[in-house]
Design a protein around this ligand. Structure first.
Ligand code: GDP
Length: 414
């Protein structure tokens, strides 16, 4: 499993959507499958997938936390709760600030909805790279194409469609991965199966997938020079898988394009490829530019890199009241390391504080940890004065710096 200092293996992401598009269901499915795979990867004492599923059903999955940590393919995904469908409040601004990337969930029947537009613009304003998950492909009236067209016409986005559905509405069975040109279907226990449907099955489906793959290569090439160079030399069919994937990642991180996947969260068709896409296309903290802070003493600019050997710089982005533990202060650490019992300085409020405990919140448990390092998120127990929006550094740090720009910005008229 990933070590605590492996910053490249962290994804700090949010899920955003218009109400009813499926944000809750998608989040639950993500936590459910990552829970199974993590458990399976760790425990070899006879626990079966079914045991785990039953336990989960009994306990219920906690998704109400400000940030929930799960693991996928050896990576740590911190799912940060973004307030839904709200206007320009400071809470949205703060939560967008702690994300490095986002999954935008669309309703395949309704397409782009008013609040999709709102959250999309907010993400754009903060340059948050996005991938799109077109949900509810099993519903009557679902189409991928219309939603993709609306992404272009309403959101002015550059969609890069990486999957097409195999069958629609009640006939929806899975998706065709256009990078692999294979069909992905789901087994009852949540596992995936790859079949060679486009190659072996109906000629029509194969033709559709081939055209869609060509369109994907062109869409990536349009916004990524490296892909364009190879595309011009070899044509769409000659662009190798690794290069196409790397192009998709670069284009997404540079906010030049949006990888589009489809599925149904409710029926578990599409969640695992979505998790793969989070790891493959969304940035890790290392992909982000250094954070700019200001010295409180003279307002001088200081840059902090996402590295453990930098001084601690953390932002409190949410306080949740726990009946047993008192206030849990959720911190995103941008640089350095915060350890339990460290004396810290809340620079915003000029207060010294001590961290009694650090917690990592998982879907079904709170885990005590000794430290939280650059790029990661944890809940601190024992802070009495620190609240949402405050900047925290180590008390002995000579440079008392503060993260600027957390005041409420002027609303933007679209
Ligand atoms: P939220 O408001 O965005 O959090 O949406 P929810 O996750 O609560 O979903 C809204 C409704 O749509 C619920 O009744 C879900 O059961 C249903 N739903 C969510 N995803 C799907 C899907 O993929 N297919 C179908 N048919 N229904 C879905």
């Amino acid at each position: 499993m990933q070590s605590s200092n492996d910053i490249a293996a962290i994804r700090d992401i949010g899920i955003m959507a218009h109400i009813d598009a499926g944000k809750t269901t998608t989040t639950e499915r993500v936590l459910f499958y990552t829970g199974i795979s993590h458990k399976m990867g760790e425990v070899h004492d006879g626990n079966t997938v079914m045991d785990f599923m039953e336990q989960e059903q009994e306990r219920g999955i906690t998704i109400t936390s400000a940030a929930t940590t799960c693991f996928w393919r050896g990576n740590r995904i911190n799912l940060i709760d973004t307030p839904g469908h709200v206007d320009f409040t400071i809470e949205v601004e703060r939560s967008l600030r702690v994300l490095d990337g986002a999954v935008a969930v669309f309703d395949a029947v309704a397409g782009v909805q008013p609040q999709t537009e709102t959250v999309w613009r907010q993400a754009e304003r903060y340059h948050v790279p996005r991938i799109a998950f077109v949900n509810k492909m099993d519903r009557v009236g679902a189409t991928l194409d219309r939603t993709v067209e609306m992404m272009k016409s309403v959101l002015h986005a550059h969609p890069m469609v990486v999957q097409i559905p195999n069958g629609l509405e009640s006939a929806f069975t899975g998706v065709i991965d256009l990078l692999l040109m294979e069909e992905i279907v789901w087994t009852d226990d949540g596992g995936t199966q790859l079949t060679r449907a486009p190659v072996t099955e109906a000629h029509e489906l194969h033709t559709e997938a081939t055209l869609a793959r060509e369109a994907l290569v062109e869409a990536v090439a349009e916004v990524d020079d490296e892909t364009m160079n190879v595309f011009l030399e070899t044509g769409a069919a000659g662009v190798p898988l690794d290069l196409l994937k790397a192009g998709l990642r670069r284009a997404t991180i540079a906010n030049k394009g949006v990888a589009v996947l489809c599925g149904t969260a409710l029926k578990n068709k599409g969640i695992q490829p979505l998790l793969d896409a989070v790891i493959d296309y969304l940035p890790s903290p290392l992909d982000m530019p250094p954070v700019i802070a200001r010295r409180k003493a003279d307002d001088g600019e200081v840059q902090r890199r996402p590295a453990v050997d930098e001084p601690l710089l953390a932002l409190a982005f949410k306080v949740v009241h726990d009946p047993h533990r008192g206030p849990l202060v959720f911190l995103r650490v941008y640089s350095g390391v915060l350890k339990v019992k460290d004396a810290i300085q809340n620079v915003t409020r000029d207060r010294k504080e001590r961290v009694n405990k650090l917690l990592q919140v998982h879907a079904n448990k709170m885990q005590e940890i000794d430290e939280v390092s650059a790029g990661n998120i944890a809940a601190a127990v024992g802070l009495r004065f620190t609240t949402t929006g405050d900047t925290v550094v180590v008390a002995t740090d000579r440079e008392q710096v503060i993260l600027p720009g957390l005041e409420i910005p002027e609303p933007v008229i679209f």
